[in-house]
Design a protein around this ligand. Structure first.
Ligand SMILES: [Zn+2]
Length: 105
């Protein structure tokens, strides 16, 4: 009986994890499509090449000190002393607005 409940719970958690993975894959595909469309528009309008884009991606990647294919954004320090995640616009401890770091955050 307990084993059946554990298996049922495991199955529920597995289906939820599968659903979340599917949702993330769809989101990544939509973002990739939007990036490609923006790049195509920029390439046509500004007469840029794929090499120009690759150069800029490497330059942008290195801006945080590591060329690792990711942007490492640092948390900010609130006036109350708490650290605020770069995705947050306000401090979870005191509620102070800390502003937006990036339109993509
Ligand atoms: Zn604060």
């Amino acid at each position: 009986m307990v084993a059946n409940q554990a298996r049922l719970q495991h199955d529920i958690e597995r289906r939820e994890a599968d659903r979340q993975i599917e949702e993330l894959e769809e989101r990544v595909e939509r973002l990739a499509l939007a990036c490609e469309a923006m790049w195509d528009l920029l390439r046509r309008d500004q007469n840029k090449t794929d090499d120009d884009l690759l150069h800029w991606v490497r330059h942008f990647d290195a801006a945080d000190g590591q060329v690792d294919g990711r942007i490492q954004r640092q948390p900010r320090k609130c006036s109350c002393g708490a650290m605020v995640n770069y995705r947050s616009h306000s401090c979870v401890y005191c509620g102070a607005e800390v502003g937006r770091v990036s339109p993509f955050a």
